[in-house]
Design a protein around this ligand. Structure first.
Ligand SMILES: Nc1ncnc2c1ncn2[C@@H]1O[C@H](COP(=O)(O)OP(=O)(O)O)[C@@H](O)[C@H]1O
Ligand SMILES: [Mg+2]
Length: 369
């Protein structure tokens, strides 16, 4: 067993099952992300790990120790929440020191711990201020300092950046990642933001309605989604989903496509699982970055196809331009270089890199492999 094991954990409130059997294992030093839409049970699962609320059934182990019956203070954890709840009448130094004091750490050791975290978080110049004299980002940093000072076996973060504005959120995200590299402590981090999940996690558990839909590394989850929900949730802009009929095409299988009245077929790349689907519709998943302007670098890779399509809408984001086209009635987003973006109402030659295309069963929404 490793740093944290969650075994068959269930939680019900008044007969309503909120967590429906969660199994997760991570190793010492790993950064685990719990991600999913609001209400899927992320905070509930974190409370089970923290011991803030009782588990209905199942077990939680922290550093190989079963903690079901231990109170939060005996679990060797530290938490940082969205609302950082600093004590307004205490200075930053006192805020960080307080948790150590109630654990009866001698003053000299406490002072040394505060100085150590202040240096790590670069808040040495703020130690004598009160929370009201700090910016949102500085307060968040103090809240983290309070957690780090304890030197716990496990950090628990619940959406710690969601109260910050967009720019600061990105900065703090980088800082948390650096901090994790530096401290090497195991972290469980809850977020509804899939970009935070991708950038921070060593492992990600994608949750929906009290269940883990997929557990894996960020690249595994991005490239190899288990089902339609995970595929659509991870990635921004979202993966495109096109319903298409599986047909014979050349020497193999293809997928029937139509746009602006023109019919064409894509080769069924990665379509080993599609043989049983001939004549029936599947959902084709292709990410926006795999539909671009035509570039020459692909040579004659048969997995890369070209198709001219009418552009419906153009959305410049700065680094890229997102073009909207319609295929089989679905809205499809393409990600092109702004210098080569086509004009709405006109056709543009697009390149489809199908090497990472995935397929889903329309009724079960599971991957067809
Ligand atoms: N103390 C509680 N009593 C009853 N229902 C609760 C309680 N806490 C959470 N829930 C319900 O559990 C579900 C999951 O909540 P939560 O874990 O906070 O979701 P998330 O953090 O993913 O947004 C929600 O439907 C919520 O209403
Ligand atoms: Mg929550």
């Amino acid at each position: 067993m490793g740093a944290l094991s969650i075994r068959k954990v269930r939680k019900s409130y008044a007969g309503v099952e909120i967590l429906k059997g969660i199994d997760i294992d991570i190793e010492q030093g790993e950064f685990l992300i719990l991600v999913g839409p609001s209400g899927c049970g992320k905070s509930t699962l974190l409370s089970m790990i923290a011991g803030l609320d009782e588990i209905t059934s199942g077990d939680v182990f922290i550093a190989d120790r079963r903690v079901n019956d231990l109170s939060p203070k005996d679990r060797d954890i530290a938490m940082v929440f969205q609302s950082y709840a600093l004590y307004p009448s205490m200075t930053v130094r006192e805020n960080i020191s307080f948790g150590l004091e109630i654990r009866k750490m001698p003053k000299a050791e406490r002072d040394a711990a505060v100085d150590r975290v202040a240096q790590i978080l670069q808040i040495e110049h703020l130690l004598d201020r009160r929370p009201s004299q700090l910016s949102g980002g500085q307060r968040q940093r103090v809240a983290m300092g309070r957690a780090i000072a304890r030197n716990p076996a496990l950090f628990l973060f619940d959406e710690p950046l969601s109260n910050l504005d967009a720019k600061l959120r990105v900065e703090m995200r980088t800082e948390i990642k650096l901090l994790h590299k530096r401290l090497g402590t195991t972290i469980v981090y809850v977020t509804h933001d899939q970009i935070e999940a991708m950038t921070l996690g060593d492992k990600i558990a994608v949750m929906k309605a009290g269940e883990v839909q997929q557990f894996g590394t960020p690249s595994d989850i991005y490239r190899n989604p288990a089902n339609l929900f995970v595929a659509g949730f991870m990635g921004s802009p979202s993966m495109n989903f096109i319903k298409a009929k599986v047909c014979e095409s050349g020497s193999g299988l293809g997928l029937e496509m139509e746009s602006g009245g023109e019919r064409f077929a894509f080769p069924a790349v990665n379509g080993e699982g599609l043989a049983a689907w001939k004549g029936r519709e599947v959902i084709v998943g292709i990410r926006p970055e795999q539909i671009t302007e035509v570039v020459d670098s692909h040579g004659d890779d048969p997995r890369v196809v070209r198709q001219s399509l009418p552009i419906v809408l153009s959305e410049p984001t700065g680094p890229d331009t997102l073009l909207l086209v319609h295929i089989n009635g679905a809205k499809v987003t393409c990600r092109v270089c702004p210098d080569f973006a086509g004009v709405p109402g006109e056709k543009m030659a697009l390149m489809f890199d199908l090497s990472k295309v995935v397929y889903f069963d329309p009724s079960t929404e599971q991957r067809i492999k």
